[in-house]
Design a protein around this ligand. Structure first.
Ligand SMILES: [Zn+2]
Length: 212
């Protein structure tokens, strides 16, 4: 485990040397440009890096991460990433990947204060409110947290579908598909929540934009 800045820099030199040895074309090919087929919206948690857990190489996944993998419609950083991914890179799939044991989701379930972070956690608390009936009935705290993680991912998938320029892509063609995944820190496996959408049909009517 890297503990110091020096560890990271030495690690980089070693990684670059090994990669150049194992894949002689790697750097010349990737330095010419990127054509990722996937956009990943994940949690900032250090234990859930997109490329490592999917065994994918650099160049495969365009990435945006924040606390608890949220899609907030006033987050211009996230929206810029999504816009570039769908309009320019033309990614075929967008994956919202949450993870069990998510600190942000757990914090949002409590009544504790976390300073500045409270404002971000409010977005997660809003998701709790939407599913309060289901969540309040789950007695074991860990089970409730786990279900909240899943419901939060599904809500963020819906939030992506509400974005007008995502719907524009669907009007023009098949892609992108949006998927909801949850990663388990305990065994390293992804649970596919079986939600793969490429239309706004399942959204409430008020969110469905019309082509003019
Ligand atoms: Zn997390």
């Amino acid at each position: 485990m890297a503990e110091t800045i020096k560890d990271l820099l030495v690690g980089n030199v070693n990684w670059a040397a090994n990669t150049a040895k194992e894949r002689p074309e790697f750097f010349s090919k990737l330095s010419a440009g990127q054509t990722p087929k996937f956009l990943w919206i994940g949690c900032s948690d250090s234990r859930v890096p997109a490329t490592e857990i999917t065994n994918a190489m650099p160049g495969s996944i365009f990435v945006q991460r924040n606390i608890a993998n949220m899609v907030v419609h006033t987050d211009s950083n996230l929206l810029s990433v999504v816009n570039y991914a769908v309009k320019v890179l033309k990614v075929k799939h967008i994956i919202v990947c949450g993870h069990y044991g998510c600190g942000g989701v757990k914090a949002a379930m409590t009544n504790d204060k976390f300073g500045f972070l409270d404002n971000w956690l409010l977005h997660i608390k809003d998701v709790y409110r939407l599913h309060q009936n289901e969540l309040d009935k789950i007695e074991k705290v860990e089970d409730r947290e786990n279900r909240f993680v899943e419901l939060n991912v599904l809500e963020q998938v819906s939030n992506l579908a509400k974005v007008s320029f995502v719907q524009e892509e669907w009007d023009a063609g098949e892609f992108p598909y949006i998927h909801g995944w949850v990663y388990s820190l305990k065994d390293g496996l992804v649970k596919n929540l079986k939600m793969s959408i490429n239309s706004a049909n399942d959204l409430e009517k008020v969110y469905q934009y019309q082509n003019k």
